[in-house]
Design a binder for this molecule. Structure first.
Ligand code: BYC
Length: 318
């Protein structure tokens, strides 16, 4: 294609973005737009799938049948979210196998938050309340993203995430109203999950290499810092309501800004976790690689079955 033709296409594409039109898989798009979506959407899918592991750890130990049923349903939902997102990413021309390979080789990231351990039942409450709470704030913004399949997947995912957030908050509420030991367990979980939850939103805007372009393409509708602030403003009153203390001595309502001020985030810890040196990175990747290897016979059997069906259809037709 001539350079002039590409320039025309780019101008037409930018006009569609400015007009809030959704971009669909078969539409022309700049190669960088395609690649940046593959990067973010596949990492989002991996996060959903790896995110099943910390909570899966508590399914057999949930304290009641009711809690077990809710947790099972939640973890199944995460699998569904991963699958919608893998399918939506495949529409951009990458195969599921390539995405999985990128996860297993460490080329593709997944959310830093899932590299922390779940050591008590209260951690399941904290994940639902804080991690799903943070995920909703990020994903409500993504419902307005410019790529059609991603935006539509987000609408359904957000509905399910809001159930997840409530089940987590309700676990925390119950523990906070329970015995002294239960309340201490809830506070300890909040202490450990608060800062990693703030890190989920990604580096500060000034240290975020992808934000400027992603905002121009309306892949991102709000910046990392804007979403992080929104999460803090929304979550602090929820902690107050159940009488738990956010572990940040600098947290203070700022009348002038109309937002909470908060203390410094340990970005060194964040980058260590992102680079693979968090408490559970090795364990999480090993679990995913094992699951892939153990599932090989299922993939082979499904393929053999579909080939058999195809040849039956062909025989019928001839
Ligand atoms: N963890 O330029 P930036 C869930 C990377 S799961 C790891 O700001 P971007 C749930 C970033 O990828 C929901 N890496 O990037 C499931 C980039 O590296 P690359 C998960 C991070 O993309 C189970 C570099 O740092 N949600 O809800 O503009 C149970 C520079 O960052 C992180 C999503 O995936 C991180 N936290 O913005 C419970 C949302 N942050 O790729 C719950 C979709 C940054 O250039 N993703 N990095 O090598 C996004 O919204 C954006 O990708 C991010 C980062 C805001 C995360």
């Amino acid at each position: 294609m001539s350079e002039e033709k590409i320039k025309d296409l780019e101008a037409w594409f930018e006009a569609r973005i400015a007009n809030e039109e959704k971009i669909e898989p078969k539409d022309w798009m700049p190669e960088k737009y395609r690649q940046t979506h593959i990067r973010q959407m596949s990492q989002h899918a991996h996060s959903e799938i790896v995110g099943m592991l910390p909570e899966g750890n508590w399914i057999t130990r949930a304290p009641s049948l009711r809690r077990k049923v809710a947790l099972l349903a939640k973890v199944q939902d995460e699998a569904g979210h991963g699958l919608y997102l893998y399918s939506a990413t495949e529409t951009l021309g990458i195969s599921r196998e390539e995405m999985i390979e990128q996860l297993h080789s460490g080329k593709a990231k997944y959310s830093s938050i899932f590299n922390y351990p779940t050591i008590s039942w209260a951690d399941i409450g904290a994940i639902g309340w804080l991690v799903d709470g943070a995920a909703i704030i990020n994903q409500v913004a993504l419902c307005g993203t410019s790529f059609g399949p991603y935006a539509r997947a987000m609408v359904r995912i957000c509905k399910e995430e809001s159930f997840h957030q409530r089940q987590g908050y309700e676990i925390m509420l119950t523990l906070a109203r329970g015995s002294n030991e239960q309340k201490a367990m809830a506070q300890d979980a909040l202490n450990r999950w608060w800062w990693p939850s703030l890190m989920m939103f990604g580096p500060r805007d000034e240290d975020s290499p992808n934000t400027a372009q992603s905002m121009k393409w309306k892949l991102k509708r709000k910046s990392n810092d804007e979403l992080r602030q929104q999460f803090i403003d929304q979550t602090v009153p929820q902690a107050d309501l159940i009488d738990l203390k956010i572990p940040d001595p600098d947290l203070k309502w700022n009348e002038e800004r109309g937002h909470y001020d908060f203390g410094p985030i340990d970005w060194e810890e964040f980058w260590q976790v992102v680079k693979g040196h968090g408490p559970c990175n090795k364990e999480r990747l090993a679990a995913r690689k094992n699951a892939w290897a153990n599932g090989e016979w299922v993939r082979d059997a499904a393929l053999a079955y579909s080939e058999k069906q195809k040849s039956k259809e062909l025989n019928k037709a001839s």
